[in-house]
Design a protein around this ligand. Structure first.
Ligand code: FAD
Length: 414
């Protein structure tokens, strides 16, 4: 006998767990299925933990020639191209470049704004219910600059967020030293006040999954690639047996194409890979906020596991072996800047930001498969947006009035 549920959610990262909770809150019996048999063990584990309430602009492809040249010649620490993979990745990179044209990028950012505006409120509701508010610090985060020139450019960029009712503090070097006494080498910084920082991203997903389970939700270990259409819905093979439901949601992050491609969808899902490493704080060194070294192209965040250094974007194939290049490029500078002691992980962690070329997620029905829904492609912001996009998806699936226009997120836009 198959196990029955109303909805199967495939993938238990922040996006899948956010969707599962939002559906459960609307009375649906949800079966959450992940090959790891647990929640928050992949991309949603290893990120920088920012709940990016101030990200009203998207991470577009740089348009300025010096940055493009530095990336091509391998001297941009924030981005790396795997040249061996370029024949396969170039078509996607070209589409990303075209979608980053200023007018298009502004339209995409406008479409994403209703999600960004509500991201933190939606997280705090869940964190409250899950008893996990202790993992989220409402402390904002810091963009630090090495030169007066880049600081001035950063200040111009920051002023634009005021149009959205957001706030920041401009910090000169002494003001930054008061807040972050262990940092060296910065001319000044912008402190974004509205975002929050999570000190254990994987732990927060696990806490949300705990809430889902306490409310009667079931989590199964199973392979999403076993998804089959059955007469009245969908089935997936799990360690506990076959699970069947009328509806299914693909929330597999960078692995979503493993399921949608065999069904005939040519959605251009790409990845921007990134790495992290944890360090023991050196001596009496402290770090009170996540700090992005804008010129250095990396971020360091204080986490439960230690000081977590995360890298920028690597354009490589999803399943290619990890490369030491990005971390090796930034670690020496980070050591001079932050109080980084010994490495705490045996190997750098590799993650894959699941990205569409327009940097908007896909949220909504699978056009040719009744009962199948998509919720993936959250790019640099999946940890931020998982709960709020779960709500949007659940509203669409249950026939409620969606709080935001879902059209820009349609799978049919490609
Ligand atoms: C270095 C780095 C830093 C980042 N920093 C931030 C940040 O500060 N803030 C932010 O908002 N975002 C950040 N991101 C992006 C964010 O981490 C992702 O957008 C987000 O985690 C994607 O969540 P997801 O649930 O879609 O995917 P995932 O968390 O990867 O979840 C997908 C799930 O699917 C499961 N799965 C895969 N294949 C199968 C299968 N065949 N069968 C069953 N299950 C399967 C996996 O086990 C996994 O649990 C960062 C990313 C990186 C790499």
């Amino acid at each position: 006998m198959a196990i029955r549920a109303d909805v199967i959610v495939l993938g238990a990262g922040m996006v899948g767990v956010g969707a599962a909770l939002a559906l459960q809150a609307r009375g649906r019996d949800v079966a959450l299925i992940d090959r790891r048999g647990a929640a928050g063990r992949e991309t949603s584990y290893g990120n920088a933990g920012l709940i990016e309430r101030a990200s009203v602009e998207l991470y577009t492809f740089p348009r300025d020639i010096p940055t493009i040249l530095r990336t091509i010649f391998g001297t941009n620490p924030a981005a790396r191209i795997d040249w061996a993979a370029l024949p396969q990745t170039l078509p996607w990179i070209a589409r990303y470049f075209l979608e980053s044209a200023p007018a298009k990028a502004a339209a995409h950012a406008r479409a994403a704004l209703p999600l960004i505006e509500r991201c933190l409120d939606e997280h705090m509701k869940l964190a409250d219910a899950a008893g996990a508010t202790g993992l989220i610090r409402p402390s904002g985060w810091i963009k630090a600059f090495r030169t007066e020139k880049t600081l001035a450019e950063g200040a111009i960029e920051a002023r634009r967020i005021r149009d959205y009712g957001l706030t920041f503090d401009a910090l000169d070097a002494p003001a930054l030293a008061k807040i972050e006494p262990s940092l060296e080498g910065f001319a000044g910084a912008i402190m974004l006040r509205d975002p929050a920082a999570c000190v254990d991203p994987g732990g927060l997903v696990a806490a949300y999954a705990g809430l889902f389970a306490r409310n009667g939700g079931r989590l199964f270990a199973g392979d999403a690639r076993s998804l089959q259409q059955i007469p009245h819905g969908w089935s997936v093979a799990t360690d506990a047996g076959l699970v069947e439901a009328g509806q299914a949601v693909v929330a597999l992050g960078p692995w979503s194409d493993d399921v949608f491609r065999p069904l005939g969808y040519a959605i251009p899902l790409g990845v921007k890979r990134g790495y992290h490493m944890h360090y023991r704080p050196a001596g009496n060194g402290v770090l009170n906020h996540p700090v992005l070294d804008v010129d250095g192209g990396y971020l360091v965040a204080p986490m439960a596991q230690g000081l977590r250094l995360t890298t920028g974007a690597e354009f490589a194939l999803r399943d290619a072996p990890p490369s030491p290049a990005m971390l090796e490029a930034v670690e020496p500078l980070a050591r001079k800047t932050f109080p980084l002691g010994e490495r705490l992980d045996a190997e750098p962690w590799l993650g894959r930001r699941p990205c569409l070329p327009d940097l908007l997620p896909v949220i909504g029905p699978a056009p040719r498969h009744p009962g199948l829904w998509f919720d993936f492609g959250h790019q640099h912001h999946g940890f931020t947006l998982g709960p709020i996009t779960g709500r949007l998806l659940a509203e669409m699936m249950t026939g409620e009035e969606p709080f935001a226009d879902p059209a820009p997120f349609s799978a049919e836009r490609f």
